[in-house]
Write a protein that binds this ligand. Structure first.
Ligand code: HEC
Ligand code: HEC
Ligand code: HEC
Length: 422
């Protein structure tokens, strides 16, 4: 890729709405004598985008890579570090070994890092790629900004405890290709499991925050549900073709759905910038994953009282956009029919979207992301429970009913506004 193309490819529209460009950071000019180092730095820049380092290591309205973003974990708040080349407050004095220790092995100068930094995935980065990533990270312009990362309450603030956590849940090993799979699938597996850290959100966690064995089978995170990415046709990507996955990761939408919440950020900051070949590799990998083995439940009968009440409100509030058939509008308004996000037994994303509304990602491939208004202010808990129960049990969907108490609980979890009293 030429430098120009790469610069254009790296324009980033950030979550705060501020649009800035990585190309505004100093770019090494290509001198004949150090061309190899430059090529490695450019490659490292691409790897940093694939790893989405910027998203976590930049505070809302903060300087790129200077850290300071608060990440909420079930154990308390961890703040991301300054990884610019500032010698006092960043990692300007670090050697490659120290960088490698932190990113792939979860060891910082002051002890073990918390797995909120996804070293559990980055451990799989190859030796060549971690070296190129360093060539890029070490050139980040210095920003003097002091961050106190560890604000966790006792006993979670004790870094030594992570020795036990790592012992239980961390496999410190680089990626090993599966010789029974072709090169494309192995490339996709590498990207998804290492830099892409898709499992950070999509793999269910145990009580201590470690990955369970149900890799990529869907997980809840702070009021959202990151769905099953296996080939299960009811809850996963079974109905999607490889091209549907590529289109989604590049544009944020496809003929079935549109991304919301944390996936929007992953697409805007990271996946939309990946090369076609890498996106196809990721798609090929997920299409080759065996389906999650659970059978869909029986849908509720159309005569069920919640279903009929929900249908009435759906016709009034939702059908103008999603159509009475649930079909929506291709690449703009999600098709709610036989929709894995709707079928997920965990309703967190649906509740979030209906209570607060949602805005699709604006990407190069789809500059005008569509939006849906929030209904939290307008609809009572019982109405929302009925509408969602209706869509979860119509048009080929089947998923458990929701109660008014579920909606009320979600309002608290995601701080949605109360409904205007009737
Ligand atoms: C999901 C959020 C997240 C992503 C993505 C992420 N980091 Fe981090 N990173 C963190 C957090 C949180 C810490 C602080 C952990 C701690 O203090 O225990 C951290 C710490 C670090 C440190 C140690 C800094 C120090 O002073 O100890 C380095 C180096 C680092 N990250 C580099 C990277 C690179 C390179 C990438 C991209 C390949 C990346 N990070 C992506 C969250 C993230
Ligand atoms: C920061 C958390 C996070 C990360 C990292 C992440 N995802 Fe997601 N993803 C989500 C959430 C949440 C949703 C649900 C969004 C919605 O309902 O619109 C989602 C939705 C999806 C969907 C749509 C599924 C469907 O049935 O509608 C696909 C495909 C997907 N992610 C693939 C990936 C891949 C591939 C990666 C890694 C390159 C990845 N995700 C990384 C959180 C994440
Ligand atoms: C003004 C048009 C509009 C109305 C009215 C509307 N929606 Fe939406 N809906 C959208 C759009 C656009 C999206 C995709 C947003 C995005 O890109 O994140 C969406 C997304 C969704 C999703 C997520 C689907 C998926 O595949 O991730 C659900 C579920 C949903 N809407 C349900 C409803 C319900 C229930 C109502 C009525 C209470 C409703 N919508 C009313 C436009 C609308």
């Amino acid at each position: 890729m030429t430098r120009n193309l790469l610069q254009r490819a790296l324009r980033i529209s950030f979550r705060s709405g501020v649009v800035f460009s990585l190309a505004a950071l100093p770019v090494c000019t290509v001198h004949a004598q150090n061309a190899p180092v430059n090529a490695r730095m450019e490659h490292g820049r691409y790897l940093a985008v694939a790893g989405d380092c910027l998203a976590c290591h930049t505070a809302t309205d903060g300087k790129p890579f200077a850290g300071g973003l608060d990440l909420k974990t079930p154990f308390g708040i961890i703040t991301t570090s300054n990884i610019t080349s500032d010698k006092e407050t960043g990692i300007g004095n670090w050697t490659f070994e120290q960088f490698d220790n932190a990113v792939r092995h979860g060891k910082g100068p002051n002890g073990h890092l918390y797995p909120a930094m996804p070293y559990t995935a980055y451990s799989q980065i190859t030796d060549a790629d971690i070296a190129d990533l360093w060539e890029y990270i070490r050139t980040l312009p210095p920003v003097s900004y002091k961050v106190e990362s560890n604000k966790l309450p006792f006993p979670y603030n004790i870094r030594t405890l992570l020795v036990f956590w790592n012992f239980l849940f961390f496999k410190d090993a680089t990626f090993v290709p599966d010789s029974s799979k072709n090169d494309e699938i192995n490339r996709g597996a590498y990207l998804a499991q290492s830099l892409g850290h898709c499992g950070t959100c999509h793999t269910p966690k145990n009580a201590l925050g470690g990955d369970t064995k149900d890799t990529f089978q869907g997980a809840s995170l702070q009021g959202w549900f990151a769905p099953d990415l296996t080939n299960n046709a009811h809850t996963g990507l079974g109905q999607w073709t490889a091209d549907d996955i590529v289109t989604y990761l590049r544009s944020g939408t496809n003929r079935y759905t549109a991304a919301s919440g944390p996936m929007t950020e992953a697409i805007v900051n990271s996946t939309q910038h990946l090369t076609d070949a890498d996106l196809h590799a990721i798609a090929a990998y997920f299409k080759a994953l065996p389906p999650r083995t659970v059978s869909p439940p029986q849908p509720l009968a159309a005569s069920n009282a919640q279903v009929t009440a929900g249908q009435r409100d759906f016709m009034v509030e939702c059908s103008a956009c999603h159509r009475s058939s649930g079909a929506g509008i291709s690449n703009m308004i999600p098709d709610l029919r036989n929709n894995p996000a709707v079928n997920a037994s965990n309703p967190d994303s649906l509740l979030n979207i209906v209570l607060k509304g949602t805005e699709g990602p604006a990407t190069h491939a789809n500059p005008t992301g569509a939006a849906m208004p929030g209904f939290g202010w307008k609809l009572q808990d019982e109405q929302i429970a009925n509408i969602l129960t209706y869509i979860r049990n119509s048009w080929g969907n089947a998923a458990p009913a929701l109660s008014a108490a579920d909606v009320s609980k979600a309002r608290t979890t995601i701080s949605a506004q109360p409904a205007v009293p009737r």
